[in-house]
Design a protein around this ligand. Structure first.
Ligand code: G
Ligand code: G
Ligand code: MN
Length: 451
C-alpha cells in the first residue's frame, strides 16, 4: 500500500527532470516511509532517477522491464560479509518510464509474524516465497496442505499452516482422509464384529440350552432297499425347531456345535432320544434295521466316544438294530492307532461304519486304506448328475466301481427322481435315500411308515 501511495505521489508530482529536486523528492518519499527502501525510475533499461544519491542502484542489480509487477529477489548487500538480503520489488509503468520501488523484507516479515496470520506464514511471489525468517525459498517447498490466499489486486499469495485442530483440507493432503476412512471402517467392523459375536454367542447360548432341554430332535430319513422296496433303515438327522428363529438348518447349528465343542453333547442327546424312539414294539417286530447316525470327527477323537456308543447301544438293546456310525469328511479325522483301537472295540460290539458324503472330502480314499468301512454313502452331488447327459457321470461311475471292487455296500444319497433310481439300479446300487422316497420325518411319522 505504501508503495502504491508512493507511486501515486510520484505520478501526481510529474517529475520532469531528474535534478536535485527530483532526487530529493524520491529520497524524501523513502525517508518518511519506513517500509520503502529505494525508489528508482528507469528508462530504456537504465536508471533515469533514483532516491539514492548519485542515481545509484545500490542493491538492485539491473533495471529490467516489468514482466511481473511484483518480484521477490535476493540481493547481496555491498558489504564484506556478502549477506543476502531479500527484497520485494514493485514495478509500475509510467509513460515511457518504469517506477521500481523496493520494499523492506523487515516490513513483510513483521506482517507474516503478526498474530492475525496463523502459523508459518509466507508470502509467495511468482515461484519464490519469503517466510518470517530465513532466506527465500522455492514455493514448491511449502507443504501442499497449507492454506493459501490469493491477492485479488496483486500477483502474490499468502500461505500459512492451518490451525492445529481438525482441518479437513490438511487431513486430506496428509492422507488424513485415509485415516478418517480407516477409523470409520474400523468402527464399522467393530460394530459388525460385536453384532456377529452377540448373535453368535446368543445363538451358541440358545443352542446349548436347546440341547439340554432336548429341543434338538432326531428326524429320520428312510433308506430304501430297492430290491424289495422296503425300508432298510434310517439316517438320523438333527432338527431344531427354534421358537423364535423358526426351523434352523443343521448346516448352521451342526457347524456351530462343532466349533463350540457342543457337538458331543448334541449327539449324545440325539442318541438318547433315538433309543427312546426305537424302543418301540414296531421296531422290535422287524428283522435287521439299519440306524445311521452322523458322528463328527471331534466325537471320534474324544476319550468317551466308545463309552457313549456303548451306552447308546445298550439303551436300544435290540439285536435286530444295527447302529451305523457315519463319518463325515467335513472335519479331518486323523487316523492313528488310538482311533483304530476304538473302532476295533466298536466292531466287536456290533457297530458298523459308513463313509458319508463320499467323494466330496479330501480323505475318503485314505480312510478306505486304513480302516474297515462297511458302507459308502455316495454324496447327493454325484447322484444329481444322473440325467440324460451321460458325460457327467464319469465321477459317479468311478465311485461306484471303487466301492464294488472293494466289496463295500453303497448307499446313494439325494435320490430325487425315477431316472436316478433306474440308473442306480442298473449299476446294482440297491440302497437309496432321498426325497424321491421320503424326506427326513419325525419319529411318529416313521412309525407309521414301518408296517
Ligand atoms: O439334515 P440335512 O438335512 O439338512 O443335514 C445337513 C448336514 O448336517 C448334513 O451334512 C448332515 O450330515 C449334518 N447332520 C445332520 N444331523 C447331524 C448330526 O446329528 N450330527 C452330525 N455330526 N451331523 C449332522
Ligand atoms: O449326512 P448327510 O450330509 O448325508 O445328510 C444328508 C443331507 O441331505 C440332509 O441334509 C438331508 O436333508 C439331505 N437330503 C436328503 N435327501 C435329499 C434329496 O433327495 N435331495 C436333496 N437335495 N437333499 C436331500
Ligand atoms: Mn449323513
Amino acid at each position: 500500500m505504501e508503495a502504491r501511495d508512493a507511486v501515486n505521489t510520484i505520478k501526481d508530482e510529474r517529475i520532469i527532470n531528474c535534478d536535485t529536486k527530483g532526487q530529493y523528492f524520491l529520497g524524501k518519499l523513502t525517508a518518511i516511509n519506513p517500509y520503502l527502501r529505494t525508489i528508482i525510475i528507469g528508462k530504456n533499461n537504465d536508471v533515469w532517477c533514483s532516491s539514492l544519491a548519485g542515481n545509484s542502484l545500490a542493491i538492485i542489480g539491473k533495471i529490467t522491464p516489468p514482466q511481473h509487477p511484483l518480484d521477490l529477489v535476493e540481493v547481496t548487500a555491498n558489504d564484506k560479509k556478502k549477506t543476502k538480503q531479500p527484497i520485494l520489488i514493485y514495478r509500475v509503468a509510467l509513460d515511457d518510464k518504469v517506477i521500481f520501488i523496493t520494499i523492506s523484507d523487515a516490513y513483510l516479515r513483521s506482517i507474516l509474524d503478526s498474530s492475525e496470520i496463523e502459523m508459518n506464514a509466507s508470502i509467495i511471489v511468482n515461484d519464490l516465497s519469503l517466510q518470517s525468517r530465513g532466506p527465500l525459498s522455492h514455493y514448491k517447498e511449502i507443504p501442499t496442505w497449507y492454506n493459501k490466499i490469493n491477492s485479488i489486486k496483486h500477483p502474490f499469495i499468502i500461505s500459512y499452516q492451518p490451525s492445529k485442530f481438525i482441518n479437513f483440507s490438511r487431513m486430506f493432503h496428509q492422507g488424513g482422509v485415509m485415516i478418517l476412512l480407516m477409523i470409520i471402517t474400523f468402527l464399522g467392523v467393530m460394530y459388525l464384529v460385536k453384532y456377529v459375536l452377540t448373535k453368535f454367542y446368543s445363538l451358541t447360548e440358545s443352542l446349548r440350552k436347546a440341547i439340554v432341554r432336548g429341543e434338538i430332535v432326531p428326524y429320520y430319513q428312510p433308506i430304501i432297499n430297492c430290491q424289495n422296496g422296503k425300508i432298510y433303515g434310517v439316517e438320523v438327522l438333527a432338527r431344531w425347531e427354534h421358537k423364535t428363529h423358526g426351523p434352523i438348518s443343521p448346516d448352521t447349528f451342526i457347524n456351530l456345535a462343532e466349533k463350540n465343542g457342543l457337538i458331543i453333547k448334541l449327539t449324545n442327546s440325539l442318541m438318547k432320544q433315538v433309543s427312546l424312539d426305537i424302543n418301540n414294539d414296531k421296531f422290535k417286530k422287524r428283522a435287521d434295521f439299519h440306524v445311521g447316525i452322523n458322528i463328527s470327527a471331534q466325537h471320534f477323537k474324544s476319550e468317551n466316544f466308545v463309552h457313549d456308543c456303548k451306552i447308546f447301544k445298550s439303551s436300544i438293546n435290540d439285536e435286530n438294530i444295527t447302529i451305523v456310525l457315519e463319518i463325515t469328511e467335513r472335519e479331518e479325522l486323523i487316523i492313528n492307532n488310538i482311533l483304530k483301537n476304538k473302532l476295533t472295540t466298536l466292531y466287536n460290539e456290533g457297530f458298523l461304519l459308513a463313509l458319508d458324503d463320499f467323494g466330496t472330502g479330501y480323505s475318503g480314499l485314505s480312510y478306505l486304506n486304513d480302516i474297515q468301512v462297511d458302507y459308502l454313502k455316495i454324496d447327493k452331488s454325484f447322484v444329481s448328475k444322473i440325467s440324460n447327459d451321460s458325460n457327467s457321470l464319469v465321477l459317479l461311475n468311478s465311485v461306484i466301481d471303487l466301492a464294488q471292487r472293494l466289496s463295500i455296500k453303497v448307499i446313494a444319497e439325494g435320490v430325487e427322481n425315477e431316472l436316478q433310481v433306474s440308473y442306480l439300479r442298473k449299476r446294482d446300487i440297491m440302497l437309496m435315500q432321498g426325497y424321491y422316497f421320503s424326506k427326513p420325518v419325525p419319529a411318529s411319522k416313521l412309525l407309521d411308515m414301518i408296517t
